[in-house]
Design a protein around this ligand. Structure first.
Ligand code: SF4
Ligand code: SF4
Ligand SMILES: [Zn+2]
Length: 284
């Protein structure tokens, strides 16, 4: 497994320095006695040291791992779960991931309204797409649903040459991501004010979208590279297995180059290309 912590360096906080918990107090008068371990990922776009509480980070990592072991990995080979159960579990994982990455957010330039990343090819699993579909059906008006469906139809043509990532070699995959971005296909849930129309149910890929470089850089580069934060890494692993354990999606898998079974991931436009009555399970 790739070492996801390789770029992190341990730091010592002086007792007179600001406490990293953002309380506004000195470290010596605040969290010092908790004996937490702090680390840095280097400097962000403003030259500020990205210091984070690694004890908290590891706690989240363990919490998500244990949750996945108990509810997903412990299922026997022949045992599958319902969509509703999958939906419930996915929201549990989302909230643990959100909590885990919140300490990094203060270092990122990402703000509401900054949305170039919402035009990228953002893939998600079938259960995530289904959770979104159900959320839309139960919270949006008929008119809003119609609007989304019209948008899907408009974008369909653009999507026709776009393949699912599991179908492509690494080198072609890179081109596909870039071509998709060039086509300028903003997410169907991106609202006029550039906020997310399904914020509470947005897929993990969107939750993990955080950068420490300046937001200008996001509009200049071909691809936005996001740091591999442990809560996102383990959250992704849990969700991948969860999707494969939902009975309805058990056939939506493939074997990757490391001989591991993986769930097929596609962007939302591909999952919803037949409208919002069901997700498209007819993978060629
Ligand atoms: S990742 Fe880049 S484009 Fe997306 S919100 Fe953050 S700064 Fe903006
Ligand atoms: S689901 Fe929301 S956050 Fe994700 S790409 Fe769409 S608008 Fe952006
Ligand atoms: Zn503190």
């Amino acid at each position: 497994m790739e070492n996801i912590f390789s770029k992190e360096i341990k730091v010592n906080i002086g007792i007179n320095e600001d406490c990293p918990c953002n309380s506004g107090k000195n470290y010596g008068d605040c969290c010092k006695n908790k004996n937490h371990e702090y680390m840095t990922l280097g400097k962000n776009h403003k030259g500020v040291n990205i210091v984070f509480n690694n004890s908290m980070n590891m706690e989240t990592y363990d919490k998500i791992s244990n949750f996945a072991l108990e509810n997903i990995f412990s299922l026997k080979e022949y045992e599958y779960i319902t969509i509703s159960k999958g939906e419930e579990l996915i929201h549990n994982i989302y909230s643990m991931v959100d909590e885990g990455i919140s300490q990094f957010e203060t270092y990122a330039p990402c703000t509401k309204g900054c949305s170039r990343c919402c035009s990228l090819y953002l893939e998600c699993t079938a259960i995530e797409a289904e959770a979104i579909r159900r959320h839309i059906k139960s919270t949006k008006t008929e008119e809003e649903i119609k609007e989304i469906e019209v948008y899907i139809t408009t974008m369909k043509e653009k999507m026709e040459t776009t393949k699912s990532p599991h179908d492509l070699e690494h080198t072609t995959l890179h081109d596909m991501y870039y071509n998709y971005l060039k086509e300028d296909t903003p997410c169907m849930f991106l609202k006029e004010d550039k906020s997310c129309g399904i914020y509470t149910t947005r897929p993990l890929r969107c939750r993990g979208f955080i950068v420490f470089t300046s937001s200008d850089k996001c509009s200049l580069t071909k691809e936005i590279v996001t740091p591999k934060l442990p809560p996102i890494y383990i959250g992704n692993l849990a969700i991948e297995h969860l999707s494969m354990k939902v009975g309805r999606y058990k056939s939506l898998t493939y074997v990757n180059e490391n001989n591991e079974a993986k769930p097929i991931k596609r962007c939302l436009l591909q999952w919803f290309n037949k409208g919002l009555d069901s997700i498209d399970r007819t993978i060629e």
